[in-house]
Design a protein around this ligand. Structure first.
Ligand SMILES: *Cc1c(COP(=O)(O)O)cnc(C)c1O
Length: 218
């Protein structure tokens, strides 16, 4: 199926409360334009320079989400335009985002990435350190960065029960802080596991290959 047909199908099948982030990493701007023409306005990228280059070339009403691991020295390249940073996992990164946002007189929205997968390779804050990070951010002020929810990546597995367990960890942490922190985003679910993530309470899915086709990393 074409990209535009895939976008239309996702818009029909996703529940109303679930936002679709079209993950366009490695894909050419023509593919993003096709998704845009089908009505998609939120795109996710995992490399800051690639996202900035696409931002320059594409319509300015697109919301750009940084979904990948962020190096502090590159925050400045996305500070003028990024609308949500999904994978924040340290106070050091929050401080840098705050500093760069201030230069542009913006408040940048962020999600805290929790480590829920069993694999060692995945980034993210251990769930038991979440409260301390929230408190530290408050103590420091950091008024130009706003935490609006949580993000996580489950283990790459077909084991549905394991996926459910991992998403439930994230959902529990989300529920524990949602009211006091006024959170509204729970970003979980990708092409292979979004139905399970939605059943577990996701409000935002990050879908790449099911929209744009398999990625080619050469
Ligand atoms: C690549 C990526 C996705 C999308 O993956 P697909 O399996 O292609 O849907 C989602 N989230 C993150 C953090 C990613 O890096």
């Amino acid at each position: 199926m074409s990209i535009s047909e895939n976008i239309k199908q996702f818009k029909e099948k996703l529940p109303e409360q679930v936002t679709l982030v079209a993950v366009s990493k490695t894909k050419p701007v023509e593919d993003l334009q096709e998704a845009y023409d089908a009505g998609q306005r939120i795109f996710g990228e995992n490399k800051i320079q690639e996202m900035a280059a696409k931002w320059e070339q594409l319509p300015k009403d697109i919301e750009w989400h940084m979904i990948g691991h962020v190096q502090t020295n590159k925050v400045k390249y996305m500070a003028p335009f990024v609308s949500l940073i999904h994978a924040v996992d340290s106070i050091k990164l929050l401080k840098e985002i705050n500093k760069q946002a201030k230069k542009h007189d913006r408040v940048i929205n962020c999600l805290i990435q929790l480590k829920i997968a069993k694999e060692d390779s995945k980034f993210g804050l251990p769930p038991q350190q979440l409260s301390a990070l929230i408190d530290e951010k408050k103590a420091l002020g950091l008024n130009n960065v706003q935490i609006v929810g949580l993000m996580g990546m489950a283990t790459f597995t077909d084991d549905e029960q394991q996926l459910q367990r991992e998403f439930n960890i994230l959902k529990e942490k989300f529920d524990a802080h949602q009211q006091s922190e006024s959170w509204n985003v729970l970003s979980m679910g990708m092409s292979g596991d979004y139905p399970i993530a939605i059943a577990a309470g996701s409000t935002m899915v990050r879908v790449g290959s099911a929209i744009f086709g398999a990625r080619n990393y050469h």
